[in-house]
Structures are given as structure tokens and as C-alpha cells.
Design a binder for this molecule. Sequence first.
Ligand code: IP8
Length: 258
Amino acid sequence: MILIKLGGSIITDKSQYRTFNRYAVSRLCGEIKNSGESVLMVHGAGSFGHILAKKYSLQDGLTDFGQVPAVARVQYDVRELNLMVIKEMLNAGIPAMSVPPGSCFMMDNGKLTVGDSEIIRSALHMSIMPVMFGDVVFDRSTGFGICSGDQIVEVLCRIYSPKKVVFVSDVDGLYDTNPKSNPNSNLLTEVTSEILGRISDESSVDDVTGGVRAKAEAMLRMTAAERDCILVNGSVPGRLYSSLKGERVISTTARGGL
Ligand code: IP8
């Protein structure tokens, strides 16, 4: 099985509140279907989550009851996004089902506690793809918190040991500085723990779940002797398909653990 995360940057316009990239999502679902691979998919929140989460500091947990309407609103927004993604999957012929982390799981001090989820196992048993996403999740210590799609991917990776993990973004891979603001930034075709320090953590848009270095660290944690973790540009047609088929594409591959 291959674990895929469709990042918020590819499924939404991260700078415009609640802007869904339907065309890109529809094409990517087609690429997944055509690959014939067995896939488990997670997606990010993009502008359906990060903009309001940052405005109301939801990543800090409950500090003020004035945050509560925003907790409910962000949960609503990311669910709408999830259903729009699922609609494109159904249209592509992939039986997919919404599994909202905020309704199924808890966190403790920012750490997601999933265990061996019967819900996910039951869906996979019937070849239904359970689709999880970055969400607001209740937290035993802080009241609530932001659970990123990356955290979910890490937990699923531990439980299901996929043969490969593919992050889909709107850039060719990880760069040493932000390629959207610095034309001289260099693509890192390979990330190892040794070169982590060379990665700048600046982020081009509002993001409450960490920038590029956090992504590189998460990717490294998910590598194993038999498992590559790669980041590809989903805005280039065919690139996700090729990487699912094991072809070499322009990308960043994490190797060697953290
Ligand atoms: O886009 C963030 O998930 P991510 C979730 O995977 C929220 O980092 C609600 C901002």
C-alpha cells in the first residue's frame, strides 16, 4: 500500500480563505485511480483551516472562550473541504469515505492517540478508502489543538507500514530556501538528517503546523530500510502517477531516518 498526503497547497489556494482547487484535485484523483495502486490518502487543510486557525491561535489550545466559535467554524470548513475531495474521488471511481479525525480521535498535549483504529481497518477490509485530514481535535491537556495531516500520515505509517509515502505539494520538492520568494533557492533531491540544518524554515503563507523543516523532519521519521518517503509536485500533470508507478521524477526523497 502507498500512503499519500495531498497537501493544502495543491488542493486549495492557501492565500484565499476557502478556495478549493477542484481541477487539480480531480486530475490527481484520476492519476491515483489510473495507477492501479492500493492507496491510503490523507489531505491537508489549506485555506479552509490555517487562516482562521492562525487568527484565533487554535494551535495554542484553549486560552480564551472567545476561540470557541472559531473551533466550530474551522471544523465545519475542513469537513466541507474533505467532502469536496471525496466527491472528486468518487467521480474518479474510487470508493472513499470521510473519517474526520476530530470526531474519531483525541490528542494529548498535541500528540494524536489513534491506536489500531477499527474504523480504518474496517474500511480498508472492504476496499473503501478512509480519507482523513488536518482537523481541530480535542486534547486531554490543552482542551483542543490542531492535528495536521502530516501527524495523521505518521500515525498511519506506523500502523500500516506502507511501501512508500508520497507527499504532494505545489513545488518540485523541498528547497534550501523558499522558492516562491527566492529565485536562487536550490532543490534538495535528497534529504538526510545531515542536511536538515541547511533548510530554511520560512513559510510563504499563514501556516499553523510548521514549515519546510518540520516537513523534512517528519519525512525522515517515516523512512525505513524498505520505505522511501518522497515529495512531488502535483501541479505538474502525470508526476504523481509516475511516482506511484515507481518511475524517477523530479522530487525530494528522504532517506536514512532522523
Ligand atoms: O494542512 C492543518 O492540517 P495541515 C489543520 O495538514 C488545520 O497542516 C485545521 C489547520
